[in-house]
Design a binder for this molecule. Structure first.
Ligand SMILES: [Zn+2]
Length: 117
């Protein structure tokens, strides 16, 4: 398997990269977990009760993901939605996880869209 570090080609600049992906030899994004429920305990941050409540909130939030395109017609609403998704997923899931990457990408896109509006 190609690791995330070699996929990103972190070492092409001829220095020892100390990013978590390189240091911990993370797999590439398409090999990361993408589901949020039913992962091993170590995949979550926080206490079990809080994680359970958080995952329920996260599942509800993820249902609204399609209609909250970061490039949608309402930049304020998209920014609010993606900020909440980023915050909630980041407080529940331990890296590496595919949702943490896509949620950050979407938040960046929503910020870009808002800045241009
Ligand atoms: Zn790196």
């Amino acid at each position: 398997m190609t690791t995330l570090a070699s996929f990103l080609d972190c070492n092409r600049y001829l220095f020892d990269c100390v990013c978590p992906a390189c240091e911990q030899d993370w797999p590439p994004q398409d090999h990361l977990p993408s589901k949020v429920k039913g992962l091993p305990k170590a995949a979550y941050l926080g206490k079990e009760d809080a994680v359970k409540k958080g995952l329920s909130k996260l599942a509800t939030l993820l249902q609204g993901r399609k209609k909250n395109d970061p490039n949608g017609d309402d930049p304020d609403e998209a920014l609010r939605f993606h900020r909440n998704l980023c915050y909630l997923s980041g407080s529940l899931l331990r890296r590496p996880h595919a949702l943490l990457i896509t949620a950050e990408d979407d938040l960046h896109e929503a910020l870009r869209k808002k800045a241009l509006s």
